[in-house]
Ligand binder design. Structure first.
Ligand code: ADP
Length: 545
């Protein structure tokens, strides 16, 4: 016997309709590529999204056809999010930080028919357009008078010209909620990039999951700043969650430096911000050097890479900002877990409370997790047994776009490639990525633990731990360090810094390598593959003979 509830599909168009109806006057503020601040509202966004839908109809785009974007976080990008997916097409967010060849490869693989880009990416588009054989129209996200003359790009229009003059009423189509809505390629640190193809259902369910109080805890009282780019797993779904709860949205555009982000937080009374650790590092440095404080920022989600405990503490102790350490991946839309305390933690002394908060947190309802050993057997949730983390749930991929890479699942579970422990309270701790874990004498050493300790040293700006070959132990950890400008620490001093910290003696690094910079990938994460390549001739002193 079926239940007798209405069968209404979960569609992205309902999110924007809802935001318009219930929170229409709530603001959407964007720092534009042009440099100025633009003010809009949810009602205005909804109207213009419907104009986008008309423009796509006029181009005769079919359902499921792909519309690509090469754009920063801003109101026009948001209108495309809703106009493209709402009308049944697939929004394909391209990561402009990838190599040109890779971007062209992805455009062709996705068979994008229209490509919309911010003017700051004009040189990039000029470099790749002739190689993008499926793109019929190029849309510059600007006013008509800013459209570059003689760009050499065929079929180029300005966005305002393209959507201007079209009706702002539009009947959003109704279709199966499993219809594809957006496409995001993984960064491809190994092999070709692979497309995670989200559906309307997965996107709306992910939004329901992520706004929960113990997750991002968003509400109509918030002013939120997604610093995480809209081309990086849809800014962690925040454009959808924001419409669901009707909060104010503040977009940083291309200005991600500490000063610009700080000014925007203050000017727009931001209460919640989200980004990767490298961006927050720039913000903290700006605050520290200028002796500044936040007046409205209450909490920030930090994820995409491990948040160093020193950063977590700096935010809370010096600035009164609660850090929500989150974990996820492109294949998971991306949210998997967020760290917030339980009632039982309220009375904990500070140090013990920090140790909980440093973890990646508890699974969001909708994501099931398990950790397995080398034999594939499930390991206990005892906070000590580390194994490969597998996940399943309605917003996790079951296959990649066009079947790329074959069947990724193992008995219905998606292997994350992360190594983790889970404690009896369900708190997940990522100890490594499986390819980064250091295997020394048959035991595993967490590169994240080694990095976190180095990062707590006042002279260290960035630290990456990699395994280097060792004749006796297979691999030994070496920590690669970038010092803060004008500050120094010696090798011995830093190695000594590990004494008394939360790592066994045999897990401490054998050596320190000082570099001017650590290579970063397209989403601001440390690129250890390149770092290993860079240090391929490096030998530990006691093994070089
Ligand atoms: P890519 O896998 O191409 O780097 P993703 O953005 O999908 O792109 O990255 C997901 C990975 O990032 C996770 O599998 C995990 O290794 C890492 N990651 C994300 N959040 C965290 C976190 N809070 N702590 C540690 N690692 C994290």
């Amino acid at each position: 016997m079926n239940g007798l509830m209405q069968d209404r599909p979960l569609l992205i168009s309902h999110l924007i309709d809802f935001a318009e109806r219930h929170n229409g006057s709530t603001e959407i503020v964007s720092r534009r590529v042009e440099g100025d601040i633009h003010r809009s509202t949810w009602a205005e966004c909804a109207k213009r999204a419907r104009r986008v839908a008309h423009a796509l109809d006029a181009e005769r785009l079919q359902r499921a056809d792909r519309v690509a974007t090469l754009a920063w976080n801003g109101y026009r990008h948001l209108e495309l999010y809703y106009g493209v997916s709402g009308s049944g097409r697939v929004l394909h967010t391209l990561n402009p930080r990838l190599h040109l060849d890779q971007i062209a490869w992805i455009v062709n693989h996705a068979e994008d028919r229209i490509l919309c880009f911010d003017l700051s990416f004009l040189p990039l588009v000029q470099a790749i357009h002739s190689r993008c054989s499926t793109v019929e129209k190029w849309v510059a996200l600007c006013d008509v008078d800013r459209l570059p003359a003689d760009s050499g790009i065929p079929n180029l229009v300005s966005y305002e010209d393209w959507i201007g003059g079209r009706s702002s009423t539009y009947e959003w189509p109704t279709f199966d909620e499993n219809t594809a809505s957006s496409l995001c390629y993984t960064s491809g640190t190994t092999g070709n990039p692979k497309g995670a193809l989200y559906s309307h259902r997965s996107t709306v369910l992910h939004a329901y999951g992520s706004v929960q109080p113990d997750m991002m805890g968003l509400s109509a009282r918030d002013s939120i700043l997604p610093v995480v780019p809209m081309f990086h797993v849809n800014a962690w779904g925040l454009p959808y969650s924001a419409a669901m709860v009707g909060c104010k949205l503040v977009f940083p555009g291309p200005a991600l430096d500490g000063k610009s982000v700080y000014e925007l937080i203050e000017a727009e009374q931001v209460s919640f911000a989200a980004g990767v650790p490298t961006v927050w590092k720039m913000l903290l440095t700006h605050l520290q050097t200028g002796g500044l404080k936040f007046s409205t920022l209450e909490r920030t989600v930090i994820g995409g890479a491990a948040c160093p405990p020193a950063m977590l503490r700096a935010f809370e102790q010096q600035y009164g900002v609660r850090v929500l350490h989150g974990w996820g991946m492109t294949e998971m839309s991306p949210l998997g877990s967020v760290c917030s305390l339980k009632k039982q933690h309220a009375a904990l002394p500070d140090e013990a409370r920090w140790r909980v908060l440093e973890k990646q947190g508890r699974a969001v309802y909708g994501v099931e997790m398990k950790i397995v050993g080398g034999d594939g057997q499930a390991l206990p949730w005892d906070g000590r047994s580390a194994g490969e983390l597998l996940v399943r749930g309605p917003w996790i991929v079951r296959a990649y776009f066009k079947g790329e890479g074959g069947d990724p699942l193992v008995d219905g579970w998606f292997p994350t490639g992360d190594v983790a422990t889970i404690d009896p309270d369900g708190y997940l701790q990522i100890t490594d990525r499986s390819k980064d874990v250091i295997k020394s004498g048959g035991e595993w050493i967490s590169s994240i633990d080694i990095e976190n300790i180095a990062m707590a040293h006042p002279a260290v700006a960035m630290a990456a731990c990699i395994g280097v070959k060792h004749p006796k132990w297979d691999e030994r950890p070496v920590v690669v360090v970038v010092c803060k400008p004008g500050v120094e620490v010696s090798r011995d001093e830093l190695l000594q810094f590990y004494a008394g910290k939360n790592v066994a003696k045999w897990q401490r690094p054998d050596d320190v390598v000082f570099l001017d910079a650590i290579p970063l990938g397209a989403t601001g994460k440390m690129l250890k593959t390149r770092l290993r390549e860079q240090l391929k001739d490096y030998r530990l002193a006691d093994t070089s003979a």
